[in-house]
Each structure stands twice: as structure tokens, then as C-alpha cells.
Design a protein around this ligand. Structure first.
Ligand SMILES: [Zn+2]
Length: 320
């Protein structure tokens, strides 16, 4: 997969909704929008086709900012046309960046353009406060994260995400801006881009203390035959409980129909931690231990394509 690299940004794109981009772009597309002599920053959006706030922010930023110097990557326009994270026959565009040819193509791109930071813009699939995901604890990464939010999630294992693949080249973040139907989500991304364009380099240190969490588990749901029927009933309170502490004994699944399985994997996807986190009684599941939860989704297709939620723990950052 070679990216389609374009030097010119068709002004008509500024008016085009994410769902219509496929009429103009044939696939993953890079816009080289550097200004002479100004080191660019890298920004990507629509790796997940249903997460459109990033595109709305980027096109407004381009329209408003005559001195912008960016390299823009637009991911999955085919999935955006269907308002899906990814199409059933496709890979997840934010889970491929240690694989070829994606890895080499990205490295070539970053070596050519030398961005000073990288930002990958996403929406949350459930009501979460906005936050960044970071994959290292370098001072520069924390400083960059502090521009967007005081909340960060650190993850050792990265599931081949784009921001991790960028991080050897420059400080990088995945930003989760809020849900797609929240107008503030695009505004938050826009404000970040505007701020980055003003500062043009990574700050020396975080501008405030960061509230940090570490991923300790990924909650998966699946049916033994791949069915979507009779989706399990998760506890109603969960969707409003992001970044809340859930006590040991809290109900998590209120009805687990036959054929369905809810499990917990470690962040590297190599260990099954289900027994450490869940106790199953009469088709229900209860938490065995206290956790903080993020990114919970009730939407079956999103839960199946990615995960139900993440289990987190509060952590202090090493800063080094
Ligand atoms: Zn996403």
C-alpha cells in the first residue's frame, strides 16, 4: 500500500464531509502542506472511519490558518463513507503499523518530512472525558500531552497503533477528543492544532500536572459463531462511569446469553486475565477487584471490532 501523496489541497475538500471524501480520495492519502522553511507537524485523522471530528477540525484549521505547516494523513475514507470503524473485509487502520508495508511506508514518509511532533486524532466511542494515549514517558511526550488534556493513559503495549510507530521519530500522541456527536470534540482538536501551529516546537516540560493511568486489561466480547444476536447486557451504569473507580463486587454483565464470552486480555494480548478480574455467577459477571474503566461502548459492532472497554489503574509518571 503506497500512500497517495499530494502537494495540492483542493479547496473544495474544505466543504466535504468525511462520508463524502471517498469521492475525492482513492485511499490513504498524504497531503504535503509544508510551508517553505517551516518544520511541519504531522497530523492524522479518520484512521477509524466513524470518528469524524478530526477531519472537521483539520479542514477548519486549514481554512483558518494561512501559515500552517503540516503533513496531513487521511486514513480510511471507504469506511468513513459507511460511518464504520473499518469495513468488515478490512484491517483496523490503527492496528497495522508494525506490519509491512505500512511500517516502511510510514518511516519513509517521516524521514522525508521530519515533523517535530505527531498527532493522531480519534473520537471516543462512549462518553469519556478527553485525553491522550501515550506510549512512552519522555518529558517531551508528557509536555505535548499537557497541551491537550490533563489526563493521559500510558500503555506499554500499543497494539500497533500509529502514534507509537511515529514516536521513534518525534514526540507523538493519540488524542481521544470525545464522542463524535459532541461538537466540542472537533473544537478540542482544532484548539490543539492551532496551539501547535503557534508554538512550533515541543515545550520543555508539561504545563501542569498530569493525571495518569496505565492500561492493565482489555475487555473483549465475542460469540462462538461470530453472531451479533442476543448481545450481552452490560450494566447500565458503565457508560457513565469512564475514569470512575469501580469497586470490587460491582456488577459488570447482567445477562450473558449462551454462546457469548466476555474476557479480559493483558495489553499485549498474550495473557488471559479473565479470572483475575471477573467472577461469573448465573450468567452474570462481577468485578473481582477495584479498577478504573475507560472507553466503554454499548454498541455491539464497536465492541466486537475493538473491545468493550479498557481497565486502568492510576499511576505516577516516570518523567524521563
Ligand atoms: Zn479511533
Amino acid at each position: 500500500m503506497k500512500f497517495d501523496v499530494r502537494r495540492d489541497f483542493d479547496e473544495r475538500l474544505l466543504q466535504v464531509e468525511a462520508s463524502d471524501l471517498h469521492r475525492f480520495l482513492t485511499g490513504p492519502t498524504v497531503f504535503d502542506l509544508r510551508r517553505n522553511g517551516v518544520q511541519p507537524f504531522f497530523v492524522s485523522t479518520l484512521l477509524h472511519g466513524n470518528e469524524t471530528s478530526g477531519w472537521d477540525a483539520v479542514r477548519r484549521f486549514i481554512a483558518d490558518t494561512s501559515d500552517a505547516s503540516i503533513v496531513l494523513f487521511i486514513g480510511n475514507v471507504r469506511a468513513a463513507a459507511q460511518a464504520m470503524r473499518h469495513l468488515p473485509d478490512e484491517v483496523d487502520f490503527n492496528r497495522i503499523w508494525r506490519q509491512q508495508p505500512w511500517r516502511d511506508d510510514l518511516n519513509d514518509l517521516l524521514e522525508r518530512y521530519q515533523p517535530w511532533c505527531g498527532i493522531d486524532i480519534h473520537n471516543n466511542s462512549g462518553p469519556n472525558p478527553h485525553y491522550s494515549v501515550i506510549t512512552d514517558q519522555h518529558e517531551s511526550t508528557l509536555a505535548l500531552a499537557s497541551i491537550f488534556s490533563n489526563r493521559v493513559i500510558f500503555t506499554h503495549h500499543t497494539l500497533d497503533i500509529l502514534a507509537h510507530a511515529i514516536s521513534p521519530h518525534c514526540p507523538s500522541l493519540t488524542v481521544e477528543t470525545g464522542t463524535v456527536d459532541d461538537l466540542q470534540s472537533a473544537q478540542r482538536a482544532y484548539d490543539l492544532l492551532t496551539r501547535l501551529n503557534e508554538i512550533r516546537r515541543v515545550p520543555m516540560s508539561p504545563k501542569h500536572e498530569l493525571e495518569a493511568y496505565e492500561t492493565i486489561g482489555i475487555v473483549k466480547v465475542e460469540h462462538e459463531n461470530g453472531s451479533l444476536e442476543n448481545f450481552p447486557q452490560f450494566d447500565e451504569t458503565l457508560k457513565e462511569s469512564s475514569f470512575s473507580t469501580l469497586a470490587a463486587g460491582s456488577p459488570f454483565v447482567n445477562c450473558l446469553p449462551s454462546g457469548w464470552r466476555v474476557s479480559v486480555l493483558d495489553p499485549a494480548h498474550s495473557l488471559d486475565l479473565t479470572d483475575e478480574f471477573f467472577e461469573f455467577r448465573e450468567r452474570r459477571a462481577f468485578l473481582k477487584r477495584e479498577i478504573v474503566m475507560s472507553m466503554f461502548t454499548h454498541t455491539p459492532i464497536l465492541a466486537l471490532q475493538d473491545c468493550v472497554c479498557y481497565f486502568l489503574t492510576s499511576t505516577s509518571l516516570a518523567r524521563g
